[in-house]
Design a binder for this molecule. Sequence first.
Ligand code: GCU
Length: 416
Amino acid sequence: MDSLNKVSHQEHRLMLQRLGIEELRPGPSGNPDDPNAANSDESKAKTYVSLPDPLVFENGSKVKNKADWEMRRDEIIALFEKEMYGKVPDNVPGVTWKIISEKDTLIGNIPAVERKLEGIVDNSGFPDIEVAIDLTIGFPVKVREPVPVIVEFGWNFPGNWGRQPEGPTWKEQLLEKGWGYAILVPTSVQADNGAGLKQGIIGLANKGNVRKPGDWGALRAWAWGASRAMDYFESNKDIDASRIGIEGLSRYGKAAIVTMAFDPRFAIGFIGSSGAGGAKILRRNFGEQVENLASSAEYHWFAPEFVKYAGPLTVNDLPVDAHHLIALCAPRPVFISTGDPKVEGNWVDAKGMFLAGVHAGTVYELLGKKGLDTDEYPGTGVMLDGDIAFRQHEGGHTVVPNWPWFISYAKKYFEQ
Ligand code: GCU
């Protein structure tokens, strides 16, 4: 165990003590060859008896119209804040955006202007912690009017994670269309480990103290960073803030759907292989489980409260599931992306994401929009393009093959 893992592990233990939880159930293994491998047999997936209905209030009464939905929406938001992702603290400090550099460049062979920015968080309340949000925006030179922008939660990894095998990159595809791209580095907002919870924006708001049970986790903090980028877009005349999309893969796919769910200013979402804690029905016993999310490797994504679902409670006690999260995006379009399980593996549970889309459909329909329109799992290569869209591409743990599909999907909304 490296030292970062060790500190995360200790911090996780201390958190359990504060919550009065002695032990958590361990999650299954992501390695299909292990004796305790996560289930990948569809016939064993549906161990739950029921799914909570997004169109039924906590008190049992039904949501009948748009006005009811507005109230139910608030209720669902409060449930996700309390039970899963945590709340953005009232005292979270403000952000001042500064342009660090701006230069003419070529992306592929497309002329672009690339602007680097830093969102400096006011740390006058606790000067020991500095937070500077790392944001890059690329503009197509050929376009004169305000452009739509698709924001990616960027992996700051060396190596070829999700690298374009051939053909134009996502940046080139967007610029070619006359749209802008942006990359937000989530780890500049909040570290991706439990060891960093007393630092970053979560630590700053807590003045370096440990989290309280209902405090936010990294997913909500990353989404908060995206909302601050949105504030900048709204203030900038080169950008059309009514046409902003958010995209992410894997843990950042989770962050992308949390962003869409909590900030209605984002017009469209491209949610890549988000799996458990993102767009997959968590109650399904298939692939990653709530017990994995609650472990010392991943608990920092969530509010401390959430880990009780892997201890004294079970996933069936959760008052919400992933279809509620998708429903919070309604009526805005959301594209759920996944790879082919034969290539990507079963950990993300492609079908579980499809089913969450199916079950969010009733909310879209109530609002006069179109859900997935089928409950038959389409398999690889089929584009379901309602206001909830789903496409399982032929590749693995990446969004790359779905970029062209996402862009033509977004075009229907952005170029009417
Ligand atoms: C792990 C984790 C997933 C996560 C993924 C990633 O596999 O269990 O929940 O989505 O890492 O971010 O790549």
